[in-house]
Design a protein around this ligand. Structure first.
Ligand code: HEM
Length: 400
């Protein structure tokens, strides 16, 4: 469906407008200064707060701002109204807390550290496939596959179905979700696919997330239902793939276009830890949403029950009141309380895993391909929707 182009970002914001998809940062800068909480009548009416402090206030206030609507769509109903639950993200306490408690041990620093060697092997094997060429599409041939191969291992499902995952993610997350038959079909397809793997795990338990969920008990000693396990698995698959894919791609794009940073990271490898935090701040891929469930007011804007609110964490991360030189990538930035993983009760559960994958993907790339540049800036394409990252990133290798 074609949409009229935006002419006034303060009153007619559209996160799917091609100008926004191509470069959202000047638009956020303008709004932060001129209209810090914008509003649009599109998508049944949405508020768009852009300042760090307002975003933090809303994300921390789960009593008034519910995650039952985390995606802004053409539909008036929330995904939960349509029967789609993806615990813990779509849920509220105390159930949210119960499900989070079950999942947290799976993503602890110690467990994530166990996955680091295999992640390094995955990254290196991917590079083997193109290292002898003159270049590659780093988004499609590299960044995309690292998180797919890691999360499928964690869940206990085959990574050979990666083309299918990519198609589902495109239909569910990028194509104005829940707006079309194709999106509904994607939910049914992904449900059917994961259900059969869950059933297989009942008879063939393994050391993986699906088996952990099958054995887990809620505080009332109840086992999770098939639908609860399915919802969690769908969330992990969706949350774990295009987010990290986007972060790796944006970081490689930065390094391809900033030779000084590339050189510095190679000669001062210990900087990788602050550098990955800085990439996450500067290129935060994820924008979430909330639904107002109790009348309230933020920054002088009256918000009514049923209103929707976009939470553009990427805008908070570029707020000059929160960060010095917010538009510069400072590899050794020390104070960096960024919002890439959100804040509040829904803060990213996979942040340890995401950080490890991003760090290992960049380290391995720089070891194997020390010098590279962007082949053609016009050939870079970006995902549309609430997760932003390069989907085509042609790089030329220049180290030989
Ligand atoms: C660079 C990569 C990633 C980024 C930027 C990211 C970002 C986010 C953000 C902004 C939120 C939510 C916030 C909110 O609504 O307040 C979130 C939630 C979540 N993320 Fe991530 N994420 C990433 C990778 C991952 C990975 C690898 C996994 C696990 C496989 C994961 C699992 C989750 C889950 C389960 C939630 C829901 C938590 C809850 O509701 O309590 N994420 N993530």
């Amino acid at each position: 469906m074609s949409r009229p182009p935006v002419t006034d970002w303060e009153t007619d914001f559209d996160h799917l407008d091609p100008a926004f998809v191509a470069d959202p940062y000047p638009i956020y800068d303008h709004l932060r200064e001129q209209c810090p909480i914008a509003h649009t009548d599109r998508y049944h009416g949405v508020w768009i707060p852009t300042r760090y402090d307002d975003l933090a206030a809303i994300a921390h206030d789960h009593q008034r701002f519910s995650s039952r609507t985390i995606l802004i769509t053409d539909r008036a109903e929330s995904p939960t109204d349509l029967g789609f639950h993806a615990p813990p993200i779509t849920e509220a306490p105390p159930y949210h807390t119960d499900i989070r408690r079950i999942l947290l041990p799976l993503f602890s620093p110690a467990v994530v550290a166990e996955y680091e060697p295999i992640t390094r092997t995955i990254a290196s094997d991917l590079i083997d496939a193109f290292v002898d060429d003159s270049g590659c599409d780093a988004a499609a041939a590299y960044a995309q596959h690292v998180p797919i191969k890691v999360i499928t291992r964690l869940l206990g499902i085959p990574d050979s179905d990666h083309a299918q995952f990519r198609d589902w993610i495109h239909r569910l997350v990028e194509q104005s979700p829940l707006a079309s038959d194709s999106t509904y079909d994607a939910i049914i397809e992904i449900g059917g696919y994961l259900s059969s793997h869950i059933e297989q795990h009942r008879t063939h338990p393994a050391h993986d997330v699906i088996t952990h969920l099958l054995d887990a008990r809620l505080p009332d000693d109840r086992l999770l239902t098939r639908d609860e396990i399915l919802g969690v698995c769908i969330l992990l698959l969706l949350a774990g793939i295009d987010t990290t894919w986007s972060a790796i791609g944006s970081s490689l794009l930065h390094l391809a276009t900033h030779p000084d940073d590339r050189h510095r990271l190679r000669t001062e490898p210990d900087l990788i830890h602050t550098a990955t935090e800085e990439f996450l701040r500067a290129f935060a891929p994820v924008t979430m949403a909330r639904e107002v469930i109790e009348d309230t007011e933020i920054g002088g804007c009256p918000m009514r029950k049923g209103d929707r609110v976009l939470l553009p964490f990427p805008s908070g991360n570029r707020d000059p009141n929160a960060f010095d030189r917010p538009d510069d990538v400072v590899l050794d930035r020390q104070a960096n309380r960024h919002f890439a993983f959100g804040v509040g009760i829904h803060r990213c559960l996979g942040s340890n895993l995401a950080r490890m994958e991003l760090r290992v993907a960049i380290e391995t790339w720089l070891e194997r391909i020390p010098e590279f540049e962007l082949t053609d800036p016009d050939a870079v394409t970006w995902s549309a929707g609430q997760v932003r990252g390069p989907r085509h990133l042609p790089l030329t290798f220049t180290y030989r």
